[in-house]
Write a protein of this length. Structure first.
Length: 253
């Protein structure tokens, strides 16, 4: 029988701190996947400033804004180095030429990423040729910037998401963004086969974020970054208060 290894109190405390530090590092990496959402119509200067402060505090992946706020967001984020992401296309029914103008202006004003709202009527009607052309034209307009195709509207089901992913792949977009539902993440990942990155939006809490990352989401857009951070760290603290059990595996955020 192998001799059982027993830690001294000092060694046990040191090992506990090591596990805590590792868990906190994992949380930090998780928070770096977040994009803080400041793209809503009601976003004013104060709300934009707050969103940028939250992004800086979390070392987030970016701040998503409407075209009218790109310049202001870039200025607010200049010291943190966090990139500005611009949501263009309105309801999706704008002409592609208008979307191109919006994208070019956003890039000139300092956006590093453009999230394109595709023409939803074409998605619903199966207009794959139109959608491919739209993504390709926006890819050229964004040039070296990141192009994410938005497939977030609640009118879109798995079939429409699959169509949008195919258009994104054909047009050489960098990523697609779907609603924060595990089934849509899995469907987008299956359709893309790794050719574009899968992202999510509308994330409300830490548990939802964990499940979506497990399903394959690479980044997540949320208006609740601070809340998610608090939940992750609170869960970390709680896990270290409970007595250790050999039957309970640690679960990363």
């Amino acid at each position: 029988m192998a001799e059982e290894m027993v830690l001294t109190a000092a060694e046990a405390a040191e090992f506990g701190e090591f596990k805590r530090a590792r868990r906190e590092t994992e949380i930090s990496f998780t928070l770096k996947r977040l994009i803080v959402d400041a793209s809503r119509r009601e976003t004013d200067r104060a709300a934009l400033k707050k969103a940028c402060e939250v992004a800086a505090k979390l070392s987030a992946a970016g701040v998503l804004v409407a075209p009218v706020h790109v310049a202001a967001a870039r200025k607010l984020l200049s010291k943190s180095g966090i990139p500005v992401c611009c949501l263009i296309g309105g309801t999706g029914e704008s002409l592609t030429s208008v979307k191109k103008i919006e994208a070019k202006k956003a890039i000139r004003q300092g956006a590093k990423e453009v999230r394109l709202v595709l023409c939803y009527s074409q998605l619903i009607s199966g207009g794959i040729s139109y959608l491919k052309r739209e993504v390709k034209r926006l890819r050229r307009a964004v040039r070296k910037g990141t192009l994410v195709v938005s497939l977030e509207d609640h009118s879109l089901g798995e079939a429409e998401v699959s169509l949008g992913v195919r258009a994104a792949v054909a047009g050489k977009a960098n990523a697609v963004c779907v609603r924060g539902e595990t089934s849509l993440v899995l469907r987008a990942g299956e359709e893309s086969a790794g050719r574009v990155q899968v992202e999510v939006s509308g994330v409300e809490n830490a548990e939802q974020l964990r499940l979506l990352i497990k399903a394959g989401a690479v980044r997540a857009t949320t208006g609740k970054g601070e809340q998610i951070a608090e939940e992750l760290y609170a869960a970390c603290e709680e896990s270290f208060k409970r007595p250790a059990s050999p039957e309970r595996e640690e679960r990363a955020p």
